[in-house]
Design a protein around this ligand. Structure first.
Ligand SMILES: Nc1ncnc2c1ncn2[C@@H]1O[C@H](COP(=O)(O)OP(=O)(O)OP(=O)(O)O)[C@@H](O)[C@H]1O
Ligand SMILES: [Mg+2]
Length: 263
């Protein structure tokens, strides 16, 4: 579990995070949603410790990173897998070498053990057939899967994904979302995903934190999101006509259910 308590972060007098408090739960896909520029990436980078917050606390299973020295923070980073915007694979390395890279950097494993572990992770994301290809030779969706394999190769307790679906078609996005959620459940990871994709929200939104202009405006699950009464959230969700129709249908079935109960 990751707890954020009263996080404030400014850049040159511009306050981007305004007293954000929230909890990201273990073994769940926790989503941070909100409009472009609302502060999702700044929040995620603050939680990871890439940005140091001005005030407040961030606790990883009780461990406060805001008071950690660099050495402690580096040790904690070993427990974190990251997938940032773009897959950021190394073009000069094969898919297998890319996934093995964190093991080369951070472990004392033998070459044989490292290859075995990297192959296991690549098998998990169904890329066993692409081990020797270079990132340029595989599709965008496959690159994302390779990046996920690399993010989990050190067996992280925490996984951060910033817009994992950017640049992917809806069907491939769905597969990536499902893969992230399956891995989260399978390895009991505290996963945080930044997204502004409503499909992802409805697919994997087990714990959703809505950020509006740097403030946490709402928190709940995908089943609660159509009835929040939170105006900025409604604006965000129902910007798409498709979700306006879904809201109408949702209301229709609710009304029907309550009239059946009354009878
Ligand atoms: N390093 C920085 N220095 C100064 N301002 C920053 C920095 N990083 C982000 N900001 C500002 O913080 C605000 C929030 O940015 P952020 O990247 O968190 O938005 P976002 O919600 O992730 O948007 P998007 O959906 O487009 O990725 C923006 O106004 C941005 O200009
Ligand atoms: Mg962002």
């Amino acid at each position: 579990m990751i707890e954020v308590k009263h996080a404030i972060k400014s850049f040159d007098g511009n306050t981007v995070l305004k007293d954000v408090s929230t909890i990201f739960e273990t073994g769940k896909t926790n989503l941070i949603i909100g409009q472009s520029g609302s502060g999702k990436t700044v929040l995620m980078k603050s939680v990871v410790g890439i940005h140091r917050i001005d005030s407040g606390e961030i606790l990883y299973d009780g461990r406060n990173i805001t008071s950690m020295k660099r050495k402690e923070l580096n040790a904690l980073r070993r427990e974190i897998g990251m997938l940032f915007q773009g897959s950021a694979l190394f073009d000069s390395m094969s898919v297998l070498e890319n996934v093995k890279f964190p093991l080369d950097m951070f472990t004392e494993m033998t070459e044989e053990e490292k290859i075995e572990r990297a192959k296991f992770c690549l098998q998990r994301v169904e890329l066993s057939h692409a081990l020797d290809l270079s990132p340029a030779e595989i599709s965008g969706g496959m690159q994302k899967r390779a990046a996920i394999a690399r993010a989990i190769v050190l067996n992280p307790k925490y996984l951060f994904c910033d817009e994992p679906n950017s640049g992917l078609d809806p069907k491939t996005s769905l597969l990536i979302d499902q893969l992230i959620q399956d891995i989260t459940h399978e390895f009991n990871i505290t996963t945080i995903v930044n997204t502004h994709d409503m499909n992802s929200v409805m697919e994997i939104g087990e714990n959703i934190v809505f950020i509006s202009k740097g403030e946490k405006a709402w928190q709940g699950t995908k089943d609660e999101i159509f009835d929040t009464g939170c105006e900025p959230l409604e604006d965000f969700i129902f910007a798409s006509n498709l979700y306006k129709e879904i809201k109408k249908a949702h209301k229709f079935f609710q009304d029907k259910e309550s009239s059946t109960k009354q009878k």
